[in-house]
Design a protein around this ligand. Structure first.
Ligand code: NAD
Length: 338
């Protein structure tokens, strides 16, 4: 029997990427929907074969505890709501898959970890790039030494945030719901990639930020942020994110023998890898995979086998702690040890 997921928040990412990908899962299925909009919930329930009795609102969310068809609560709400709904889901006796960024603060992340631990339930953060074949291949090549000794990483993520045009961007410029700006939402991909490519934890960060306060988008959250991470092996990562540039989702890892470029690195599909060295450049022919189904199936298997997910709450907490250190470094204009 497949593991049943209750999807909380039927916004852009849930409806455009995740709901359609359950059909590609071997172990996960949609068991319930939670929404503030009954019409939307009914329409999607009909489309995905969810029984009307398995539709919930934010008001009766806690009664999920009485529904044995739901094993996992998958939280696809703005980050400012992740802690509240994760804690409530754990208290309802459910495992939790929560979208990135994990929460607004390290304290909220700790509460989420503690609530799931106390309930004896798994907590996984939906870092889809860590289930995506090109990224996994890049990690494997680096570990095997294909680039020689890793020296530097550059990683950039950016796009135009459009709060007046795209409803999914409205919360992204509100500090209370988003926790921060481009760094929290997409710079986290640069940060997380620097950590999984090196397999190390940074010991020091520096940062600079620039936001045009005359642009109404950046009254509460940051636009451009540039940060560096110093790793114990000596690798330096130079990372950026911005909400005022055209789309970019790329990274490059430089070793003393070769470099590896993924561009795009963290998109939904059509990834591209190039490896270069003194003899020239080549493009390994990798097969595109379904990172969404892989992520959902991983959660389902962890629930079945009572195993800690590859990207548990602690992984989300590490990024949020580092993000706080990056903001501090930008504010103080000084390196911050972590
Ligand atoms: P969205 O605004 O389209 O979806 C959020 C949903 O939450 C909406 O349906 C909204 O109605 C609902 N909601 C409930 N209570 C709310 C409240 N008080 N205020 C605002 N909204 C409320 O946004 P999205 O882009 O789908 O993002 C949702 C989550 O998914 C975020 O955590 C985001 O970071 C994450 N996300 C992840 C990826 C990824 O690739 N892993 C991509 C996009 C978004």
């Amino acid at each position: 029997k497949k593991v049943g997921f209750a999807i909380v928040g039927l916004g852009k990412y849930a409806t455009e990427q995740m709901l359609p990908n359950f059909k590609n899962c071997q172990h996960a299925r949609i068991a319930a929907l939670v929404s503030g909009s009954p019409d939307k919930a009914r329409r999607l329930a009909a489309e995905y074969g969810v029984e009307p009795k398995n539709l919930y609102s934010y008001q009766n969310f806690d009664t999920l505890k009485d529904n044995p068809e739901v094993d996992v609560v998958y939280i696809v709400l703005p980050p400012g709501l992740h802690a509240e709904y994760t804690v409530r889901a754990a208290q309802a006796g459910k495992h939790v898959l929560c979208e990135k960024p994990m929460a607004n603060t390290p304290e909220e992340c700790q509460r989420m970890i503690e609530a799931c631990r106390k309930a004896g339930k798994q907590l996984m953060i939906a870092y889809r790039a860590q289930y995506e074949p090109f990224n996994l291949d890049a990690i494997a090549r680096i570990r095997k030494g294909e680039l020689g000794k890793l020296r530097m990483i550059t990683a950039d993520h950016g796009r135009q945030v459009q709060p007046t045009k795209d409803p999914a961007d409205a919360w992204r410029v509100q500090k209370k719901l988003a926790g921060g700006g481009s760094l929290m939402d997409i710079g986290i991909y640069s940060l997380n990639a620097a950590r999984y490519l090196t397999g190390e934890e940074p010991v020091e960060v520096t940062a600079q930020e620039h936001s045009d306060k005359a642009d109404p988008r950046f009254r509460e959250v940051e636009d451009v942020i540039h940060f560096t991470l110093r790793f114990p092996s000596g690798v330096l990562a130079s990372c950026t994110s911005a909400y005022s540039i055209e789309g970019v989702k790329r990274y490059r890892a430089f070793g003393d023998k070769a470099w590896l470029d993924l561009d795009p690195a963290t998109d939904y599909n059509r990834h591209r890898m190039i490896i270069g060295d003194q003899d020239g450049e080549r493009q390994p022919q990798l097969k595109e995979g379904n990172q969404f189904a892989a992520e959902l199936d991983h959660m389902a298997e962890c629930v079945r086998q009572n195993q800690t997910p590859k990207t548990p709450g602690e992984e989300g907490l590490r990024d949020i702690k580092l993000i706080m250190a990056i903001y501090e470094a930008a504010r103080k204009g000084k390196p911050v040890k972590v």
